[in-house]
Write a protein that binds this ligand. Structure first.
Ligand code: ZN
Length: 82
């Protein structure tokens, strides 16, 4: 679908972090799932983006467990999903 098409923004070696406005170097980092455009600096990646990804993973895991327990009366240990 056209609506979900990803916009290609050229990645520059240096630029402004889309989360804190600081200058990033070495192409920055992918800020998803906090932002879907631009790049972010190493600080934001470490302190905001990665914790957010882990949280979302945990949420998705818990949601899935609830469905499994409800319908199949079983669960998958988290280690098996990593
Ligand atoms: Zn930043």
């Amino acid at each position: 679908m056209e609506k979900n098409k990803k916009v290609d923004i050229p990645i520059r070696e240096k630029g402004k972090c889309c989360l804190c406005g600081e200058i990033y170097e070495h192409y920055g980092n992918n800020p998803a799932p906090i932002m879907f455009n631009g790049r972010c600096c190493d600080d934001c990646n470490e302190n905001r983006v990665i914790p957010e990804r882990l949280n979302r993973f945990k949420d998705a895991y818990i949601k899935r467990q609830k469905i499994l327990v409800k319908h199949l009366n079983t669960s998958i240990p988290m280690e098996e999903l990593l």
